[in-house]
Design a protein around this ligand. Structure first.
Ligand code: NAD
Length: 260
């Protein structure tokens, strides 16, 4: 039994990494998936993989910081498929460096992609979901929505902000049948994490192996990375949950790094 039959989903930042895994998993569960990322080229592989597996997908060039691109992207989904049931604000970037040396431009860039991007996707999606009187908003938070690490201040601040947005949407959305939840993964081996391992090693003057074992996985219960499949399984579960009982929640998937 497919869990997202008849559903229509938008996933931002779905050209690679966690977003790609979730887009493919949503499609395997029967959803039609709008695969959005910065360029059409960057989503081509995800869309091809979904279609080769017998699923239905559409490509969207959507920079989540571009107000018009987000509105037009959601309008294109509604024009093609008539509705929008699930929207996942997943696009994200990282910046490694201590607060006192942080350029304002770097701070702003991280905030814009995560927080402004999540707001723009939310606003456009809710306008459709409220008309349908149903829908599920999902946010890709992080363990860093709930606690901090050094050298990641803009990311930590933005991910905490996404938790607040998720909760506000849960309160406002209820009367329109809209649920809102945030997924909080630990470290997952994607390009976002692969890039920061040498950056953290340099900043801290330690080896890359020590960044992995002494920082990233130190507080897990088993020394293991979380996988894209772990995260996509949780996303499907949240998207398919049948009632408003599960709303305004942060769900941590981190091999026990963070326990709430
Ligand atoms: P990734 O770098 O592999 O993928 C991120 C995707 O977002 C890329 O395809 C990129 O093109 C896209 N993107 C970046 N800026 C964008 C913009 N302005 N508009 C649209 N798309 C944009 O990273 P990932 O690890 O798959 O991360 C996905 C999400 O998961 C991010 O929000 C990240 O913060 C979050 N997350 C990742 C981890 C991890 O350990 N990898 C842990 C917790 C949370």
């Amino acid at each position: 039994m497919k869990r997202l039959q008849q559903q229509t989903a938008l996933v931002t930042g779905a050209g690679r990494g966690i977003g790609r895994a979730i887009a493919e998993h949503f499609a395997r569960e029967g959803a039609r998936v709008a695969v959005a990322d910065l360029t059409l080229d960057s989503v081509a592989d995800t869309v091809a993989a979904i279609e080769q597996a017998g699923g239905t997908a559409m490509s969207l060039a959507m920079d989540v910081t571009d107000e018009a691109a987000v509105s037009q992207g959601v309008a294109a989904i509604v024009e093609k498929w008539g509705r929008l049931d699930i929207a996942l604000a997943n696009a994200g970037i990282q910046h490694i460096g201590p607060v006192h040396k942080l350029a304002y431009a770097e701070w702003s860039k991280v905030m814009r992609v995560h927080l402004d991007g999540a707001f723009l996707v939310t606003r456009a999606a809710l306008q459709q979901m409220y008309e349908q009187n149903s829908g599920t908003m999902l946010y890709m938070g992080s363990v860093h929505s709930l606690e901090a690490s050094p050298l990641k201040a803009p990311y930590v601040a933005a991910k905490h902000g996404m938790l607040g947005l998720c909760r506000a949407v849960a309160k406002e959305g209820a009367e329109f049948g809209v649920r809102s939840n945030i997924i909080c993964p630990g470290f997952v081996r994607t390009p976002l994490v692969d890039k920061q391992i040498p950056e953290q090693a340099k900043e801290l003057g330690i080896s890359e192996q020590d960044v992995i074992s002494k920082i990233m996985l130190k507080n897990t219960v088993d020394g293991e990375f979380t996988t894209v499949d772990d995260v996509s399984e949780l996303a499907v579960h949240l998207a398919a949950f049948p009632s408003n009982a599960l709303t305004g929640q942060s769900m941590v998937v981190s091999h026990g790094w963070h326990m709430q």
